[in-house]
Design a protein around this ligand. Structure first.
Ligand code: GLN
Length: 301
């Protein structure tokens, strides 16, 4: 039976919800207080910092009802980002839904690796040109919400950026994020494509970034049976998790300039094999970049 506590104030609401989320255990969330405050802000239509200013204020009946519903959904495992429809990435406010992976902080490592490579490359080509990206053509393959390509585009306003995904629902989401987060006159294309299949007309690229599905079948099945709500198609990468990456590396040669860069996010355990494959394809200066927890997360060169 669902408890229907009488939530008088914002403070009551936070205390009630944080307690329930904490009691649900760390498999549900290791940030019960943060989840509660994000959902309360969403229920009240205000930002999270404002929640703390309003702690003593009364909740309206409508806000209280909305909040209880959100908390009950969170308790069944729905991620906060799917309940609010938002996730911050690279300081930008992305729309998300259950057709796309929720952007992970670790994926910012991929954006950093790409910016570092371009910075280096551009300094060699034209000293002092800075990081505006003029003349560069960039591809975010398997773009999902579009977070990686849009973050790069926000840093490189003069680059041409193509975002593609096999899922048309993901393409719709990336397009909405492009419209929200980037100027209308910026040179951005969002399109559906099965890997590079539909992208030959856009080639050659100077830089390709990708966070493809890379979980093993076993990992993806375990998540599906635990009721994980992110799309299986964005997570499952075959028996060893490498099946997409094994296609992407050799095929990238047909759409990448010979001196272009390819950076791939993967599980830490896959990084060695990815380095090997890249070297075999003739990529020079392959390097590995670690994520926030110090794990090998991005491989490329
Ligand atoms: N990093 C994600 C996870 O741990 C997986 C993302 C992916 O498959 N691209 O769930």
């Amino acid at each position: 039976a669902l408890q229907q506590p009488h939530l008088q104030s914002y403070r009551d609401a936070l205390v009630w919800a944080s307690g329930l989320l904490e009691a649900a255990g760390e498999e549900l969330t290791d940030t019960p207080g943060l989840d509660a405050s994000l959902l309360l802000a969403h229920a009240a239509g205000i930002d999270r910092t404002t929640v703390f200013v309003r702690l003593p204020d009364r909740l309206s009946e409508k806000e209280a009802n909305r909040f209880r519903t959100l908390i009950h959904k969170r308790l069944t495992g729905t991620p906060v980002s799917y309940l609010t429809g938002r996730r911050e990435f690279w300081g930008l406010d992305f729309l998300v839904n259950n057709a796309v992976l929720i952007p992970r902080p670790d994926t910012e490592t991929l954006v950093e690796a790409a910016l570092e490579a371009i910075g280096a490359g551009m300094q060699e080509a034209e000293p002092g040109k800075g990081m505006r990206g003029g003349g560069l053509r960039i591809l975010d393959l398997c773009c999902g919400s579009g977070c990686i390509g849009i973050a790069l585009a926000s840093e490189l306003p003069e680059a041409e950026v193509v975002l593609s995904d096999i899922s048309s629902a993901a393409v719709d989401t990336a397009l909405r994020n492009r419209q929200r987060l980037l100027p209308v006159d910026q040179d951005i294309v969002v399109m559906r494509s099965d890997l590079f299949g539909g992208l030959f007309a856009m080639a050659p690229f100077d830089l390709i970034v990708t966070n493809p599905p890379y979980l093993t079948d076993d990992e993806a099945e375990a998540m599906a049976s635990a009721g994980w709500e992110e799309p299986d198609g964005a997570l499952r990468g075959g028996k060893e998790g490498l099946s997409l990456i094994r296609k992407i590396i050799p095929a990238s040669r047909h759409v990448l300039r010979s001196e272009g860069y390819l950076f791939i996010e993967s599980a830490p355990s896959q990084s060695g094999e990815i380095s090997r494959m890249l070297q075999e394809e003739g990529f020079l200066k392959v390097s590995v970049k670690k994520d926030l927890a110090g794990r090998d997360r991005v491989t490329g060169g």
